[in-house]
Ligand binder design. Structure first.
Ligand code: IPE
Ligand code: IPE
Ligand code: MG
Length: 245
């Protein structure tokens, strides 16, 4: 699939990716899972480059789920270190490319050194405007929704809002993703066809795209394929086809 096949007037505003298959990629090569995680960094670079070229304004990457805390400690430690080193290496590039960096998830569970560095990168890139790159880290959608319920019920208790005024906008405004538009296109690699606790509320009307490609093999042309598939769909949002035309 080539860049030219993409309709530049129908670019998704928000693409989210479940980057899956690093472990299997490494295993196929007789290597440890960690080797696959390291290789996945190149795919991250390529997809970011592609978003800049295509004019995609928001890219959200699922990097570590709340459930991933149940993995062996050695793998968790490796992933955290990889994240730290990658961020350190990329801070300059984020600014050079006008990329605003943000995170969603429960950062309190991350090692302090990493939490602090994430905050530093967020602050140092917050004025950038070409692309918002959001990393979902220690992220779980159910956990996010539980937090929303807590915050909103506190506000009701303290008479800041009335329960009868709770609507979808109020919920939306309390999610980690409050500053992001709805997800237009959700991509999952590695052939698994599940959501794994990612953005449950936010993907209510997203187009879903599943590919067998393992994450470390994912390249620009794979993103183009996903976008062309997206562009060939009719997003009806409950209406009839005639109403859309
Ligand atoms: C995705 O690859 C990366 C993370 C979840 C951190 P996996 O590590 O899940 O790779 P597979 O699914 O075992 O192949
Ligand atoms: C989902 O992948 C989480 C990330 C990509 C960060 P997993 O590999 O953890 O998902 P499951 O457990 O196979 O559903
Ligand atoms: Mg996996």
């Amino acid at each position: 699939m080539s860049f030219e096949k993409i309709d530049k007037n129908n670019i998704p505003h928000h693409v989210a990716v479940i980057m899956d298959g690093n472990g299997r990629w490494a295993k196929k090569r007789g290597m440890k899972r960690e080797y696959g995680h390291r290789a996945g960094r190149k795919s991250v670079k390529k997809i970011i480059e592609s978003c800049l070229e295509l004019g995609i304004k928001n890219l959200t990457l699922y990097a570590f789920s709340t459930e991933n805390w149940n993995r062996p400690k050695i793998e968790i430690d490796f992933l955290m270190q990889l994240l730290f080193l990658s961020l350190k290496g990329e801070l300059k590039n984020l600014n050079k490319n006008n990329i605003k960096f943000d995170t969603i998830g429960n950062l309190n569970r991350l090692p302090k050194k990493i939490g602090n560095y994430l905050e530093k990168v967020r602050l140092e890139t917050k004025k950038n405007s070409k692309l918002t790159l959001t990393l979902a880290l220690s992220y779980g959608s159910r956990n996010e929704i539980v937090n929303v319920v807590r915050e909103v019920s506190d506000k009701v208790k303290n008479n800041i809002i009335s329960s009868k005024n709770i609507d979808e906008t109020v919920i939306n405004d309390h999610l980690y993703t409050r500053n992001l538009p709805d997800v237009d296109l959700l991509i999952r690699t590695s052939g698994e066809k599940r959501i794994s606790n990612f953005l449950l509320w936010q993907i209510a009307y997203s187009e879903l795209y599943f590919t067998k490609k393992l994450w470390p093999d994912f390249r620009k042309k794979d993103l183009y394929k996903a976008i062309v598939s997206y562009q060939n769909r009719e997003r009806r949002f409950g209406k009839t086809s005639e109403q859309i035309k």
